[in-house]
Design a binder for this molecule. Sequence first.
Ligand code: NAP
Ligand code: MG
Length: 479
Amino acid sequence: MTIKHLKHYINGEFVDSYSGATFENVDPSTEEVISTVARGTAQEVDDAVLAARRAFEGSWAKFKPKERARLLFDLARAIEARADEFAKWEAMDSGKPLARARGEVMSTARYFEFYAGAADKFYGHSIPLGRDYLDFTLREPMGVTAHIVPWNFPMNMIGRSVAPALAMGNTAVLKPAEQTPVTATMLAELMDELGFPAGVYNVVQGFGEEAGAPLSQHRDIDCITFTGSVEVGRLIMRAAAVHIKPVVLELGGKSPHIVFGDTNLDTAVVEVAKGIFGNTGQVCSAGSRLIVEASVREQMVEKLAAHTNKMTVGPALDNPAMGPLVSREQYDRVCSYIGIGQGEGARVAAGGGRPAGLEKGFFIAPTIFDGVQPEMRIAQEEIFGPVLTVLSFQDDEEALAIANDSPYGLVAGIMTNDINRAMRLARDIKAGQIFINEYFAGGEETPFGGYKQSGFGREKGIDALYNYTQVKNIAIRIR
Ligand code: NAP
Ligand code: MG
């Protein structure tokens, strides 16, 4: 495999780290190095923020909203035209099965398309103060936006947060995750070719503490969007507090998937499996707690185990149902949780370790724990891997109580044919998004974000535009 060398993209130039420092990026399917990456520090962050500031006040400010829109539409089309190339690198970089990587690339294009469409349609208001006044609001861009993204949907997260920021007239500085640096730089290459002005989109590659921290602490950024762990989310909030910068935090979850006995169990099996094993369980909104009506629990677990045992697991480029975990660190973390579950007395109903025949790569078989109690660590803590915990309930009240018994509140799934029951639960579950009868229903158009420790602020859809604009009210006395 050819090795790609990834540089920072600062002020329209591809540059190495000023110290010359690099790090190696590994393909989790093979454990081989596929790229060397510039290792950024506060100095590169300073220059990226300065470039973004100049572009915000200069070249980008001269673009009319409809001109920004055209450029972002061009980008969407260009991403689609190169989808195969992006998908191949994303698959090698993250371990995502090829077809899923392609889906992620197409969804990234869709974010640029969706927000391109919004660039000239996000209006202010006029406010009635009586005949002697004219009062109206302007939606102004924030300025320089900072984006710190994780490794589970590397390219998609760029689309999700950078596209609305640019559409509203902001400029951006991005710090990709060290495990998945490739598509951020590839996207910069594309934007460079398409003629985005220098400094509109900047990438500083590197590690969280060396590049992410100085970005989040920078005095001259105007807001921060962070997706990742609760622990780092706290650090980001603290950093933002110093210069009073608004933050959007998306911090993961332990989302319930409630299945009632009145639903078609074969459909439920497909939805539950998709909800937890998609992207090898490395999804903030994964349906990691199956909460199933006691009368059908045994049947459901049997069907799920049979389904799961048929799933193919293998290298991303072979396009299996499930690829590896992203890194050795995540592999060790998930293995340790499987040990914890066994120690807590839960029963392994499927998987439980490395699949036979896969010696290299960070592979874990899709795993189901039955007989899980709500207080167990595997029912409370985010594992971030292909591990489903099965809990059961007798009535709606108990289902609701278990669903809400979590420090997180990102999403919830409900499978039932009873619309009143579904709506009662949808009303009472504390989560930012509810899926009824189809897990992950929704799209780039639907707002997404957490209650409780899952974070705050909403990404996706029109709601995200509020993160990247501020309101100015102008009142005129007519004399
Ligand atoms: P993480 O440390 O929170 O990383 C997310 C991003 O923050 C990465 O770009 C990371 O850079 C950066 N970062 C790390 N420390 C930072 C700091 N002090 N200041 C500024 N930025 C910093 O997440 P992780 O370690 O990759 O994964 C750990 C756990 O987080 C997972 O097991 C999972 O539970 C959760 N997680 C959640 C999501 C989600 O979608 N909500 C996504 C990924 C992970 P580096 O890559 O260099 O560390
Ligand atoms: Mg990688």
